[in-house]
Write a protein that binds this ligand. Structure first.
Ligand SMILES: C[S@@+](CC[C@H](N)C(=O)[O-])C[C@H]1O[C@@H](n2cnc3c(N)ncnc32)[C@H](O)[C@@H]1O
Length: 171
């Protein structure tokens, strides 16, 4: 649910007729250029995995780390050299037929369809259903509840009361 946008060429502009409000359930981050993005993500302990038409290994060849950020390239220019050389891993999504590449959203969807079940299986073996910190879970829960109801002020009051242990927040 974390989407990092690197501002190399283009501003971040969402098209509401395409996004259809799906973006409100995600967290967006912007970075001023590729080196800044790589530094920020590696500082958070993420491995950088780059989907790259020049790669030779596939996702199934790679061992999944606890935290990974998946990079998809610009639709016209593909992956930058700066990103390619900073990658911890580069992978190709095998294709057959006559076209060069998938649309970048398709490439990302295929990647997540491979990685997410693998991660879930590993967590299940450890008896866990997820790997977000309790703090992060609480923040997401608050944000989603506020989006999901008309009277967000009531939700906010109840959650504040829950957080400080003072009761239900009901009048
Ligand atoms: C439309 S493609 C870019 C094509 C661009 N003309 C190029 O030469 O790289 C957009 C991005 O999706 C990802 N992608 C698409 N198809 C892929 C594939 N078969 N394997 C790996 N990555 C792929 C890559 O990150 C790529 O940069």
């Amino acid at each position: 649910m974390d989407l990092h946008w690197i501002l190399n060429r283009n501003a971040l502009r969402l098209t509401s007729t395409v996004a259809k409000s799906a973006d409100q359930w995600m967290d967006f981050y912007t970075h001023q250029g590729t080196p800044a993005a790589i530094a920020a993500l590696k500082a958070q302990g993420c491995q950088v995995w780059v989907s790259d038409l020049q790669a030779t290994q596939t996702l199934d060849d790679l061992e999944l780390p606890a935290k990974v950020v998946v990079v998809v390239g610009n639709a016209k220019f593909g992956i930058s050299e700066a990103m390619r050389s900073a990658a911890d891993q580069r992978y190709i999504l095998p294709m057959r037929g006559m076209v060069q590449s998938f649309n970048l959203s398709v490439a990302l969807a295929l990647t997540l369809a491979n990685l997410v079940p693998r991660r879930r299986r590993e967590l299940a073996l450890d008896g866990q259903s997820g790997d977000l910190s309790p703090d992060r879970l609480a923040r997401i829960r608050r944000k989603w509840l506020e989006f999901g109801v008309d009277r967000a002020d009531i939700v906010r009051r109840v959650l504040d009361a829950e957080a400080d242990g003072s009761g239900t927040g009901q009048p």
